[in-house]
Unconditional design. Structure first.
Length: 364
């Protein structure tokens, strides 16, 4: 057994830490720096004692992340829709972002509720009801219920097609997640029920585009690719573009796994700015955390913050990267999961959901 060290002139006892406030703060800062090197953080006063894992992302609550939805408009035929602020000034442009209200579908509502505006040909809904809903939406945007509509069969890809009147004769829509055109007289659109719709218009050349961006399409840059296709096909310049990011599932509700984080980290230098840790616990869990302790190993308990992705911001950043000026990008707002009375949500309804349509077109 080693002999204990006896204090002497050569081995003086450890010096006492200074107690002046400034010295204490300096020592705490030094301790925090050591913890940070080890991937830990020292808990501050007002939290449980001990040492916890360092947060990789900013900690937020769902309420802090929620983006309010604008006040919807109601067409004379009852169809409800949202407008992009400022776009009404472009007299040559048609556009509408639908909600779930104001239609005739009954597949996704209670028996005593009014009909809904499901615009997707889903298995649960009657095709004739969806066709009537689409006529209502066309009338709301153009004033004519017979205005043609071109959509695509969305496959969570980066495929973008150029639409023309020839598409109106197709029996089945083409597979893609973006559609662009410079032809007037018909609408183009994408369907969503949590994913992000992005509408783009070239004010100079009168070219329009609609993109469907789920997390897979976003991580593969469907919006950036689509704007590149607009430049290739029609000579569009980013300085002439205006864009709108429509309603989708917000960072307040969009919990994701590590595989989604890894995918974004592999593609975007700013990926960490798109994620945050959200405390999903209710008020009782927050006030009485000891009541919900488990014997599971750390990191395996359902209690604690979850990783959330801001898909709206991710697509806004892609518009910026494509050269669209920040002041020419409008974020419409509204979380499809938070507002089930206004929007269809695939996640919020466990897969039993209709579809909204975001449409854009050039007046004839």
């Amino acid at each position: 057994m080693p002999r204990p060290t006896i204090p002497s002139a050569k081995n003086p006892p450890p010096a006492k830490l200074p107690t002046a406030p400034s010295d204490v703060q300096a020592n705490l800062a030094a301790i925090d720096a050591l913890f940070a090197d080890a991937g830990l953080v020292r808990n501050r006063r007002g939290t449980a004692p001990g040492i916890t894992h360092r947060l990789r992302f900013e900690r937020s609550t769902p309420e802090e992340l929620s983006r309010p939805a604008p006040v919807p408009r109601v067409a004379p035929n009852g169809a409800e829709w949202l407008a992009v602020p400022g776009w009404e000034k472009m007299g040559w442009l048609w556009h509408v972002l639908s909600t779930r209200r104001g239609g005739v579908s009954r597949a996704y509502c209670a028996d005593d509720a009014p009909g809904e505006l499901n615009l997707g040909f889903t298995e649960a809904d009657d095709r004739s009801a969806v066709e009537e809903n689409r006529r209502r939406l066309a009338e709301a945007v153009s004033g004519n219920a017979e205005t043609p509509l071109v959509t695509v069969r969305q496959i969570h890809s980066t495929a973008v097609v150029v639409a023309s009147r020839a598409d109106l004769e197709r029996e089945k829509p083409r597979k893609a997640d973006g559609v662009i055109t410079d032809e007037p007289g018909f609408l183009i659109g994408v369907q969503t029920a949590d994913c992000i719709p992005v509408l783009v218009a070239d004010r100079k050349r009168k070219v329009v585009a609609a993109f469907h961006a789920g997390w897979r399409g976003t991580v593969n840059r469907v919006v950036e690719s689509g704007i590149g296709r607009m430049r290739l096909e029609f000579g569009c310049e980013p300085k002439d573009l205006v864009a709108a990011v429509g309603p989708g599932i917000g960072a307040c509700c969009y919990a994701v796994g590590e595989e989604v984080l890894s995918s974004f980290e592999s593609q975007f230098a700013y990926s960490n700015e798109l994620f945050c840790e959200v405390d999903d616990a209710d008020a009782v869990h927050r006030k009485y955390p000891m009541l919900f302790l488990t014997q599971r190993a750390p990191g395996h308990s359902p209690i604690g913050p979850s990783l959330h992705l801001d898909l709206v911001e991710a697509n806004r950043r892609q518009l910026l990267a494509a050269g669209v000026g920040a002041t020419r990008i409008k974020v419409v707002g509204g979380c499809t999961s938070c507002l089930p009375q206004m929007f269809f949500s695939h996640r919020g309804s466990q897969g039993h959901a209709g579809r909204m349509l975001s449409v854009i077109g050039i007046r004839a």
